[in-house]
Design a protein around this ligand. Sequence first.
Ligand SMILES: Cc1cc2nc3c(=O)[nH]c(=O)nc-3n(C[C@H](O)[C@H](O)[C@H](O)COP(=O)(O)OP(=O)(O)OC[C@H]3O[C@@H](n4cnc5c(N)ncnc54)[C@H](O)[C@@H]3O)c2cc1C
Length: 472
Amino acid sequence: MPRDFLKDVKDKYDVIVIGSGLAGLTSANILGRAGYDVLLLEQHYKLGGMATWFKRPKGHIFNVSLHGFPYSMLKSCRRYWNQEIADRIVPLRGILFDNPQFTLKTTYDRASFTELLQSKFGVAEATIKEFFDTARGMNFYDDQKLTTKDLFERFFPGRNDITRLLMEPITYANGSTLEDPAITYGIVFSNFMSKGVYTFQGGTDLMIGLMEDELKSNGVDIRINCSAEKINTENGKVKSVTVNGREIQCRSVVSNANLLTTIFKMVGEDQFDKDYLEDAKAVRVNNSSTQVYMALGPEDHIDRDTGDLLFTSTADRFETNLLLSRDITSRTFSLYYPDTRPHDQRERHLIVSSTNARWEDWSDLDNEAYEASKQDLIETTLDALEKYLPNARERVVYTEAATPRTFYHYTRHHEGASFGTKFEGLPVSQALPSQIKGLYHAGSVGIIMSGWLGAINYGVIVSNEVDQLLMQ
Ligand SMILES: Cc1cc2nc3c(=O)[nH]c(=O)nc-3n(C[C@H](O)[C@H](O)[C@H](O)COP(=O)(O)OP(=O)(O)OC[C@H]3O[C@@H](n4cnc5c(N)ncnc54)[C@H](O)[C@@H]3O)c2cc1C
């Protein structure tokens, strides 16, 4: 008999959270802690969504999206999770840029960038200060017509090299382009510049494990292998969720699944106003990614001076479109030293190469072409790594590739989107409860509300709204 993953589930909950990405997990935790009866449904066999990891023979554990986040993550984790999780958030100091326009190392914070912009790029200190103050002063309610390109042109006219320094990591990090509203750039960039780049010591598996313990201690009913099929409504209100063929009643739903999937597949067009649907149909999904995971042999090691995060490119100039091309010129290498996982018995050195990618470059390949394309991705990545890790091809003992299809497979994100939707998804996500009472969306939409920090913070915002509704 197949296992019943809903065994002993109740007939009714205060809240059903669909999806265990960081936004879903955080919402579930806050609502559970507040005393509500919460059911958390995850279609995959493991929690975390994109914040995930996988184990391979010989004990290699690869992190998929643990490359770096801003310092504020520590505060959010302390407040909405616990001290033990917050205590493991540590800085990454070795950030390298290497491209035909410049090569430099930085701690990726305001002091380091101010010094570099002066000494290497010849910008006056007053201009740099004004740029940083402008970026930091931007807020959500500002004029959204100003694009990131306009912002750079205003402060650094004609300087493609400075655009590259300021924009490349942010584009890598969330697929944003020069045509996106400048506020989205300003908020994310300033978050990083406040104190640099941080990581979670111990790996994603440890973090999600600690989160699971915390959820359980707050009474959240967690169910994996449970795919929510339908969100059912009655008289404009949420009524229940159909999951694994079973209907479970609830007063409220927080969907952490992709925004478009939530609206068009789980609820259905006929439940929404015409204007809302038009806005929803205009929402673009964000790009996807490819990754190559590489492990060194047990006796081998990487010199610590190589850096933690390497933003590399062979393209002569910076163009956001080039970062998406299947003809890859740009790669971010994340280097994981033994101190990433201090509790491991064996010292391991791992490398993950990440590149932005388009769904359509991978979606229609037949099996043979797909496997060949993955192998080509691995081979070209090993070639590119050679510059930073001499004899890389001989030293790397394990390789594996992930593509947009992989991300779709594990998270069901429309077109394998790494960061949900583009910026216009945010108002559509926020307006969901005005369309259907009790229905909320928390998850990657646009730049501010995605990434580890953005997803956690969006989960916090939405759980407060749910709390207000349930208290009525
Ligand atoms: C390659 C890559 C590298 C990244 N690097 C970084 C980084 O260095 N720093 C950073 O801050 N961010 C990074 N990110 C982004 C970050 O991981 C995500 O923005 C964040 O984890 C998304 O969280 P989320 O809450 O939006 O949900 P997601 O992680 O998208 O999870 C959604 C969850 O919903 C589940 N689900 C979907 N449909 C259903 C259903 N019908 N029923 C039940 N469950 C369902 C999915 O299985 C999934 O678990 C990276 C992402 C990728 C892909």
